[in-house]
Design a protein around this ligand. Structure first.
Ligand code: FES
Length: 128
């Protein structure tokens, strides 16, 4: 009986540790957008949507915005577009191309990322 309890405690500790490692990995990727260094991303003003690792670059009506690609629910990376929506692959939250949440479980809009376009208009410079 005592051995069984010990075994279950070890299994439970292993499961909890696994989820902590996964959570830290997701959180650290998200924090990499705030490390104080500028990041330079390739930019093509003729593409309406560009997915670039931690960022989504959206150009509509001659206006460009950059969003964090991390879902505001639990931080999963959004890397696909379905029509006029971004859909989170984890739990199905949906956002407009303006980053506004349309369907939960997320309830916050995508994070807007400050940026500049380089003088030659070939790069996006993400301010750290
Ligand atoms: Fe995106 Fe849950 S992490 S919906």
């Amino acid at each position: 009986m005592k051995n069984r309890r010990t075994f279950l405690k070890i299994v439970l500790a292993g499961i909890v540790s696994f989820f902590i490692v996964i959570w830290n990995k997701l959180t650290m990727e998200h924090l990499q957008t705030k490390d104080g260094k500028n990041k330079i991303l390739p930019f093509n003003k003729n593409k309406a949507v560009i997915f670039n690792n931690n960022y989504i670059i959206v150009t509509q009506n001659n206006s460009t915005k950059v969003f964090s690609a991390h879902c505001t629910h639990l931080g999963c990376k959004i890397d696909k577009q379905d029509g006029d929506r971004f859909v989170c692959p984890c739990h199905g939250s949906e956002y407009t191309l303006d980053g506004k949440v349309q369907k939960g479980p997320a309830y916050k809009n995508l994070e807007i990322v400050p940026f500049e376009i380089s003088e030659d208009r070939k790069n996006i410079i993400i301010k750290g």
